[in-house]
Write a protein that binds this ligand. Structure first.
Ligand code: AMP
Ligand code: MG
Length: 488
């Protein structure tokens, strides 16, 4: 495990032509302090977790001091926002400090969000508020613990600098990590300006550093696109399987690596509702929970268009057409596992779709239902009370249970074994909005204990942690209608 000064950097993005980014250092902030930190994330970059306690750590990740390997830049990109092309976005408040190389050869971007203005800030102040920084920090680490590809987060730093949104708020910074923060929009920005040479440079870079196994394919660019299609389809299927809604699926928030990127007004659905809209600014519900699979494909079309100087149009279309099948296969597999099924039968899709319909009709808690389903007993006449109680009108669910029971009988697995398998895929703990909100309210009063306690619960989402039971409760009435919007 290394000290900060011992980290090795290999800043390959900064070796791309200057038109890919702006060289810009973070703008210092007054009186930074440590709010939250992830030891798991520190391990990924081989950083000794003791380093969190050093005053230099806080200074560095507040953007007040640079490590000698840093070459800070703001990345240029564009994107389709709510369906409309915006020619230039870019890191308006995030700065890629440097890329850490580990002993195993892994590379991690250290990406500081809230670090001050850049050439891409447009009208923005380059800053982030404490609430959204805590939300992003917790989401990164919670999603990773659920086994869902995502950016990671090393820490949240607060500061005495006021930030002006609808109200005056506490300013903060979050240090994100990922093998890359390249977005669909990183391609779009050059394609829409006719800079096809830049599109090629970027594609070559992505293949060299992130998809090296595609280098010797007959058409590496088409293979790259096809793999992004596949990874995106599988990622969205994983979101659907845990009830996660991203909230702002603009193409600038879509990762070329197929990882979850840019957590703003995201949400985990509680009382199941396929039309769940977690982003208060999304009036039309473009990014509602049930739209995500389609939006994934729509966004891939935008990426495909941006790559047309490298790949044949017909082949691009054919790749995009593969998306629904990849998605359907992935979601089927995930949902079968959630029901505790090992083998596949033709009727399985309708089995899980039916139960989702029941959850929606009767507003049953998505996470708690699947966790509780693990206790289902196949013996004739076994007590199903705790499950039945989740449904205000249990009759239709009782009927579903008959079919489910017969289906389980054909699996030939013991109840105990099935429960163990189900508990490994149906989390007990997810990042419910109100849990984040309580941690945020405490942090706003300088009590950071809840941020770190919540983090530790969410880092073991599949474990019972009986002393933490209350973190598995649905939102209490006073927290049911918290609104999150794009303001951050
Ligand atoms: P987002 O909605 O967070 O994905 O951001 C969309 C674009 O707006 C990105 O280019 C951000 O860098 C930029 N942006 C968002 N908030 C700010 C801010 N406070 N200051 C500068 N740029 C921002
Ligand atoms: Mg974004």
């Amino acid at each position: 495990m290394k000290t900060l000064e011992e980290l090795c950097f290999s800043n390959t993005y900064a070796r791309l032509p200057a038109s890919f980014y702006q060289q810009v250092a973070p703008t210092p902030v007054p009186n930074p302090y440590l709010v939250g930190f992830s030891e798991e994330a520190a391990k990924l970059i081989e950083l000794n977790p003791q380093e969190f306690q050093r005053p230099e750590f806080v200074e560095i990740f507040a953007g007040n001091r640079l490590l000698s390997g840093f070459e800070p830049i703001a990345m240029k990109y564009a994107g389709h926002q709510f369906g409309h092309y915006v020619p230039q976005l870019g890191d308006g408040r995030a700065i890629l400090l440097g890329q850490v190389q580990t002993a195993t050869g892994a590379v991690w971007d250290l990406h500081l969000k809230g670090g001050g203005q850049t050439a891409y800030s447009r009208m923005g102040d380059g800053r982030a508020v404490l609430r959204s920084s805590i939300r992003e920090f917790l989401a990164c680490e919670a999603m990773a613990s659920l086994g869902i590809p995502t950016t990671r987060a090393l820490c949240v730093i607060g500061t005495d600098m006021p930030v002006y949104r609808e109200d005056i708020e506490t300013g903060a910074l979050v240090l994100r990590m990922a093998p890359s923060h390249i977005r669909f929009g990183s391609f779009e920005v050059f394609a829409h300006r006719g800079q096809t040479d830049h599109v090629k440079i970027l594609a070559d870079y992505v293949i060299q550093h992130h998809y090296p196994h595609l280098r010797h394919e007959a058409n590496p660019y088409l293979s790259l696109f096809r793999e992004v299609v596949s990874r995106t389809a599988k990622l969205v299927a994983q979101w659907q399987s845990v009830g996660f809604a991203h909230g702002v699926l603009n193409t600038d928030n879509m990762s070329i690596l197929g990882i979850t990127l840019d957590y703003g007004p995201y949400g985990f659905v509680e009382d199941f509702d396929p039309r769940f809209i977690c982003n208060h600014s999304d009036e039309m519900g473009r990014y509602s929970f049930e739209q995500q699979p389609y939006i994934g494909q729509w966004n891939l079309s935008a990426l495909g268009s941006a790559m047309l100087s490298l790949i044949d149009r017909e082949e691009a279309i054919a790749s995009i057409r593969e998306y629904p099948e990849i998605f359907n296969q992935a979601i089927d597999e995930l949902m079968r596992a959630k029901l505790g099924l090992q083998h596949s039968e033709a009727e399985d899709t309708s089995l899980w779709q039916k139960v989702l319909n029941l959850l929606a009709e009767q507003k049953v808690d998505f996470t708690n239902f699947f966790r509780q389903l693990g206790n289902f007993q196949t013996a004739e006449g076994a007590n199903k009370e705790p499950l039945m109680r989740m449904f205000p009108q249990p009759e239709p669910f009782r009927a579903w249970c008959q079919t489910y029971r017969q289906r389980l009988m054909r699996e030939g697995r013991s109840d105990t074994e099935r429960k163990q398998a189900m508990d490994r895929v149906n989390p007990k703990y997810v990042l419910r909005n109100y849990l984040a909100q309580i941690a945020i309210e405490k942090a706003q009063n300088k009590d950071f204990s809840e941020v770190n306690r919540l983090l530790s619960v969410l880092q073991r989402p599949f474990e019972e942690q009986p002393e933490m039971n209350h973190y598995a409760q649905p939102a209490p009435p006073e927290y049911r209608h918290i609104v999150v919007s794009c303001s951050s």
